[in-house]
Design a protein around this ligand. Structure first.
Ligand SMILES: [Zn+2]
Length: 193
């Protein structure tokens, strides 16, 4: 915790690239677009701060430490089209775990300066998806190719279809599901091909 970014999440152990680091689970809070919570002026700022927005205007707030993960333009974890987040590179003990907020459909522009990052975008924009999706997919694909080679403590939380889809991609390079399925307005029924 510090004055600049508030709270953050730090690795307590070595996390190899390709590790599934977050899976939505039934304890996470899901707020649908017709929820009265969104009209509550006391709760709304907290919802906007911590929720990620998914297609269907589904807001999800992780019940665990996931909601405290900060953004970085050189993120070491990222969401995927498979409903989980993955480590993009090896994360050392003590290193801050940082996510790519560009996939969260924030809906507004947010200033963000990443310390020590040459390629910091300076701003998170609602249209980041349009500019960076191909880059994110390339990073995710590289991480997915390592999924079967590293310990996966969260593997049991993935449903059978997801496990099979991931294993198939790792083994054959086929059937990749783009992170673009998370973009607002994207069809939620995109089938692997
Ligand atoms: Zn940045």
């Amino acid at each position: 915790m510090n004055d600049q970014v508030g709270v953050g999440v730090f690795a307590t152990a070595f996390i190899p690239a390709g590790t599934v680091v977050y899976v939505q689970d039934p304890l996470d809070i899901v707020i649908l677009p017709d929820s009265p919570l969104l009209q509550n002026p006391v709760l709304r700022p907290t919802i906007d701060k911590y929720a990620i927005l998914e297609p269907g205007e589904r807001r999800v707030i992780g019940w665990d430490a996931a909601k405290y993960v900060n953004h970085c333009c050189q993120a070491n974890i990222i969401s995927t089209g498979y409903g989980f987040e993955i480590a993009l590179r090896d994360i050392q003990p003590g290193e801050e775990v940082r996510d790519e907020y560009g996939v969260f459909n924030l809906g507004w522009t947010m200033e963000w300066n990443c310390p020590h990052v040459d390629s910091c975008r300076g701003l998170l924009r609602p249209d980041d998806f349009d500019h960076y999706c191909a880059q994110w997919d390339a990073q995710i694909q590289a991480a997915l190719r390592q999924v079967m080679d590293v310990p996966q403590p969260l593997w049991s939380l993935l449903d059978v279809e997801t496990r099979e889809a991931v294993r198939r991609y790792a083994d054959t390079g086929e059937g990749y599901v783009s992170v673009a399925v998370l973009k607002m307005g994207a069809s939620t029924a995109v089938a692997p091909h």
